[in-house]
Design a protein. Structure first.
Length: 361
């Protein structure tokens, strides 16, 4: 017997994309009707929200945590949210993007285990905004969780930049920023690594924290993650070889975007962090990250108190060891990561305080 699935319901564009896939292999009961029903009300509520969000401004200077999937982006997001006042998307908002600015936060907190590792997902915890982007109907590679047969095409849209300007995603971020107008917007999504040219156009004064991790470990962990998410949300089974081909395409795209960023992104906009450093010494990493994004945010003692609270609350789980595949693209990525450490690592000169000029309270 196949395990029960969780149906991801969102806007009309997502529902139609799912329905266009044809007869589902893991159908459940009344999937088509449920998709259409949810899409109708989703669009109704979103139209109400969108009118409100149109009045909000989109900040030019967010902090974005990037790096390929399974590099430690979630751990750093949770740690940084705990020790840095910020406007960051929460789980209840990302999975209810059409109503979250109308209803307010849920009265009760709940938590669940992540399907791919030892992490926990909390209702009010920081969350990846890609899930809001997906449910809003924007073309997200996470559509591949639902229909793994089309995963390669979803990846090609992301690698090529054919996803458009993502207007609904931008409107959603206006709402998130408005929840804490005196704080900087803090975002985390591995997918934004591949969208950096678009993100830099939208947010010309953004700062990026890029987490690098051993490529062999990244690949092994991604196989587990994608399989787990397809098992949880997939309406179709993943054909043999599709995930492996997708990850190979991802490595090529990763090498391309990292090479481009090394040419285009100055040190004052990018900080390179190693997953092994974050796991072995999260206090030191957090102190350097905070100095990078907000050098004038209070005294040293206060900053260290916040860091201690974050480290005590948020664990960084050790990754599974893996060897490097014998692949020229993998060798290229390792070479590029060495260059990234030299250009953006902890040894580079941190930006001048006047470059950004925004307050971190």
């Amino acid at each position: 017997m196949k395990p029960a699935i969780r149906l991801l319901t969102g806007g009309r564009a997502l529902a139609q994309w799912i329905l266009d896939g044809g007869r589902r292999e893991r159908r459940g009961t009344g999937v088509s009707l449920r998709l259409r029903w949810h899409a109708y009300w989703f669009e109704h509520h979103w139209n109400v929200e969108a009118k409100q969000l149109a009045q909000a401004s989109l900040p030019s200077d967010p902090i974005l945590i990037v790096g390929v999937w399974r590099s430690g982006t979630t751990s750093l997001h949770e740690l940084l949210t705990t020790c840095l006042p910020s406007a960051t998307p929460r789980t209840w908002q990302c999975f209810n993007p059409s109503t979250c600015f109308l209803t307010g936060a849920p009265s009760e907190e709940s938590a669940a285990a992540r399907p791919m590792d030892l992490g926990r997902i909390e209702t009010r915890g920081p969350q990846e905004d890609e899930f809001a982007l997906l449910l809003l109907g924007e073309p997200s590679v996470y559509r591949g969780f639902i229909d793994p047969r089309r995963l390669i095409a979803c990846g090609e849209d992301l690698w090529s930049g054919r996803q458009g300007d993502l207007k609904r995603w931008q409107d959603f971020l206006r709402g998130i920023a408005a929840t804490a107008p005196s704080s900087r917007l803090l975002l985390k999504s591995p997918n934004h690594s591949f969208r950096l040219p678009l993100v830099r156009r939208i947010f010309p004064r953004a700062q990026f924290i890029w987490i690098g991790r051993h490529t062999g470990e990244v690949l092994a962990s991604n196989l587990r993650m994608w399989r787990a998410m397809m098992g949880l949300y997939g309406l179709w089974d993943c054909p043999a070889g599709v995930l492996e081909r997708f990850l190979k395409d991802m490595l090529r795209a990763y090498a391309n975007v990292l090479a481009r960023c090394l040419d285009e992104v100055p040190p004052e906009q990018m900080l390179w962090v190693e997953f092994e450093q974050l796991r072995a010494n999260p206090r030191d990493v957090l102190e350097r990250v905070l100095e990078f994004v907000c050098p004038d945010s209070g005294g040293v003692d206060s900053r260290r108190d916040h860091i201690e609270q974050a480290v005590a609350r948020i664990p960084v789980h050790e990754g599974v060891r893996a060897s490097l595949p014998d692949d020229p693209v993998v060798a290229e990525i390792e070479t590029l990561m060495t260059a990234a450490r030299r250009r953006w690592g902890f040894g580079h000169n941190l930006r001048q305080q006047s470059w950004l000029g925004s307050a971190c309270n």
